[in-house]
Ligand binder design. Structure first.
Ligand code: ZN
Length: 121
């Protein structure tokens, strides 16, 4: 997976728009940059979870609030049985943006059942 793919997978799993920003010029308003996928009037640049600690921190906090977090942490547990005895269930290297975002995007792709969009009633 490329860093862009990792970023988009995580961002969309959070329910956020991966903006496709284009320059629009219409007759009524001043020309401006808009997203072709959502109505956001002032779309920000898409975040980089793979190298930006602030963005990755937001994603990590979001992930820890999800019902699948325990499954993710268990899948990513350290191999050493000592860690299991100490109740350490997430490899320390996954706290870093590059390693953590790669693991999280892989988990999202592997478990689409956790990320199905709710059907509106
Ligand atoms: Zn958008």
């Amino acid at each position: 997976m490329t860093n862009t793919q990792i970023n988009q997978i995580i961002h969309e799993a959070r329910g956020l728009c991966w903006h496709m920003i284009e320059y629009r010029k219409d007759e009524i308003t001043m020309p401006r940059f808009r997203c072709s996928k959502c109505p956001d009037r002032y779309p920000q640049n898409n975040p980089d979870y793979t190298s930006d600690w602030s963005n990755w921190g937001e994603a990590l906090e979001w992930a820890q609030r999800q019902k699948w977090w325990a499954d993710f942490a268990y899948e990513m547990r350290p191999a050493s049985p000592v860690h299991t005895i100490l109740n350490v269930f997430l490899r320390e290297d996954l706290l870093s943006p590059s390693e953590g975002s790669t693991a999280l995007a892989g988990f999202i792709v592997k478990h689409p059942e956790y990320f199905k969009k709710e059907v509106e009633k």
